[in-house]
Design a protein around this ligand. Structure first.
Ligand code: ATP
Ligand code: MG
Length: 578
């Protein structure tokens, strides 16, 4: 491609609306433009990078035995009513009516549509296993679209769905997809990690997320760092658990409950300082609104409630911390003094409370707390389980090693669905004995457009993007520093065509611009290799090759450039594909 003919509107200034580096650079480097909140046009370079991701995804999905198809974006409400998700999905699902007043939605994901397709068209165990995928625009009316391609409302996803005769088959399909995902993200040149994850609104038995490691990631990962590189345990904070709490010493004597006046002491820090107890000896009573109904949650004073775990325990679609007024309305107690004894709303507790003895709690009336409270003697809870966020004090649940925390960007998510969808949608096949059985399913997503943003978060410097070779819209940019000089122009053309003849994607900067501008734009756009044809060529027939990542340069005679670069690029790609 010739730069002079390319729509590549680079910006000198940082756009004010961009908070993270990938968003900033995608705008500045002319890859994307915003149309509306969370909705972007992909300009030629943006689309080229996306196509590179798609190509890798396709190759690996096909290699794993999946088949590509393309499902409709518009989906009828009926199917979603049948699966039960029309009510459960919430406002992220963009719903609308057509001219006949029929309700529809824009597909945020396609479990319903694919299960419907398969139940209509696959009837026998002989047609199984089956894995079907598509690469398509999805729409989710995200509450907080932000960070450019990272969290859009409209974005490109690869989604795959597997259908098997039984659990064993579904587990094999899951493992195949996990292997394919490892290969995909490696081939993209990303530093990533697979972690145990919550199954969210998709539902299912278990799931793993693939996380690109970057400080700007919205997710926090807990990773075992036991000596020798950790035992392999890694989980999203939404899902991560610590080692089981230690059982209390059996001889601990239960002391009598004691009511203490604690005027104005509402927060953990103030209460524990006043009572002279450690936050580890206090139990907080938090109130959440679960689908609009209040529920009280007990956690140790130094712990935080993990809302996803709470949502799962309660089977709620949405949980939100209650405000002071909601707390008072629901319990008759001002916030800060609420406690589990005599509480009027449903009560659940984190499992840590089970092993605590003689702890402090809110007194259930203004300006009072209670000392020496004990579960079972002074109050009961409706449900108890792991409800809190793990901390750096927790140990690995598998090996008791230390845990470390790091930030990640979710680029892929695989789910073992089991028969959740095939049961509600009654999707069956007949087995060898002619019996009707439900398909055992899995689903597997990749955020294709998000990968481009994640790659930039991981690969950039002050001058711009540093694309990993496999994702770069162009692998090489050839700078013609004197377009008015026929000799230099001829030489630049020779390199440009020679590299193109080897199947590489090449940008020829043939603009009538100052060299400084060409260097700056080449760096900003992040093309991995730069070939400069200028003064050096006029002097001794050499051109300069510079690597974007480390700035290393080498000067070679014109005739050697194509072979040199082709070999380096092919080697790099082959290494990642090993
Ligand atoms: P998140 O927790 O980031 O909202 P999710 O769990 O809702 O993601 P999935 O339903 O598993 O995402 O979708 C599959 C993949 O699609 C995700 O792993 C992610 O890479 C990508 N993705 C999801 N939502 C968005 C979005 N709003 N913008 C861009 N990519 C997205
Ligand atoms: Mg989401």
């Amino acid at each position: 491609m010739r730069y002079s003919q390319l729509l590549l509107p680079t910006l000198k200034e940082n756009p004010a609306e961009a908070e993270v580096v990938s968003h900033r650079l995608l705008l500045r480097a002319g890859f994307i433009r915003k149309l509306a909140s969370g909705i972007y046009s992909y300009l030629p370079l943006g689309l080229a990078a996306i196509r590179k991701v798609e190509h890798i995804v396709r190759e690996e999905m096909n290699r794993a035995g999946a088949q590509e198809l393309l499902l409709p974006v518009v989906q009828p409400a009926d199917l979603w009513l049948e699966s039960g998700r029309w009510l459960k999905y919430g406002p992220e699902l963009l719903r609308f009516k057509d001219r006949h007043n029929r309700e529809s939605c824009l597909g945020p994901t396609h479990e319903e549509v694919i299960t419907d397709l398969v139940r209509m068209n696959v009837h026998s165990y002989r047609a199984l296993p089956l894995n079907l995928y598509q690469i398509q625009t999805k729409f989710r009316d995200e509450i907080r679209p932000r960070f450019g391609l990272m969290r859009g409302r409209e974005f490109i996803m690869k989604d795959a769905y597997s259908f098997d005769v039984d659990e064993d088959g579904a587990n094999v399909a899951y493992r195949k997809m996990s292997d394919a995902y490892h290969r995909i993200f490696k081939r993209c040149g990303l530093s990533f990690r697979a972690v145990e994850a919550d199954t969210g609104t998709i539902g299912g038995d278990f799931s793993h997320e693939f996380m690109v490691l970057a400080d700007t990631g919205e997710d926090t990962l807990a990773i075992c760092k036991a000596k020798g590189g950790g035992c392999g345990y890694s989980a999203n904070l939404e899902k991560a658990v610590g080692a089981a709490p230690k059982a209390p010493e059996p001889e601990v004597e239960l002391l009598p409950l004691e009511k203490i006046e604690t005027p104005g002491k509402r927060k953990v820090v103030a209460v524990t300082a006043f009572l002279d107890v450690s936050p580890k000896q206090l139990v907080k009573t938090m109130v959440y609104m679960a689908d609009g109904k209040p529920v009280a949650v007990l956690v140790r004073g130094d712990h935080e409630v993990q809302e996803v775990k709470l949502k799962n325990m309660l089977g709620a679609v949405d949980v939100e911390l209650a405000d002071d007024q909601q707390i008072y309305d629901a319990t008759g107690v001002p916030s800060g003094y609420l406690g589990p004894v005599g509480i009027k709303i449903p009560l659940v507790a984190d499992r840590e409370i089970e092993v605590m003895r003689n702890f402090a709690i809110g007194g259930g009336e203004k300006n009072y707390h209670l000392l020496n409270a004990n579960l079972g003697r002074d109050f009961e809870v409706g449900q108890i389980g792991d409800l809190r966020e793990v901390t750096s004090d927790d140990l690995c649940p598998l090996c008791n090693g230390e845990l470390e925390f790091t930030k990640g960007i979710e680029v892929g998510h695989i789910f073992k669905l089991g028969t959740n969808y095939s049961e509600v949608l009654n999707a069956t096949y007949s087995d060898q004995d002619g019996q009707e059985k439900h398909f055992v399913m899995g689903c597997y997503g990749i955020g294709v457009s998000r990968i481009v943003a994640a790659a930039i978060e991981q690969n950039h410097d002050d001058d711009g993007i540093i694309f990993p070779v496999p994702l770069a819209p162009f692998q090489v940019v050839v700078l013609n520093l004197s377009p008015s000089d026929p000799e230099i122009t001829d030489a630049a053309e020779i390199v440009y065509r020679g590299l193109q003849d080897h199947g590489l994607d090449i940008l020829l900067d043939d603009r009538d611009e100052r060299p400084g501008i060409k260097f700056k734009d080449a760096d900003l756009v992040g093309i991995p290799y730069r070939v400069t044809v200028g003064k050096g060529f006029a002097k001794d027939g050499t051109v300069e090759i510079r690597t974007r990542r480390d700035g290393q340069t080498v000067s070679l005679p014109l005739a050697e450039v194509v072979a040199h670069l082709t070999a380096r690029i092919n080697d790099e790609m082959a290494d990642l594909a090993k």
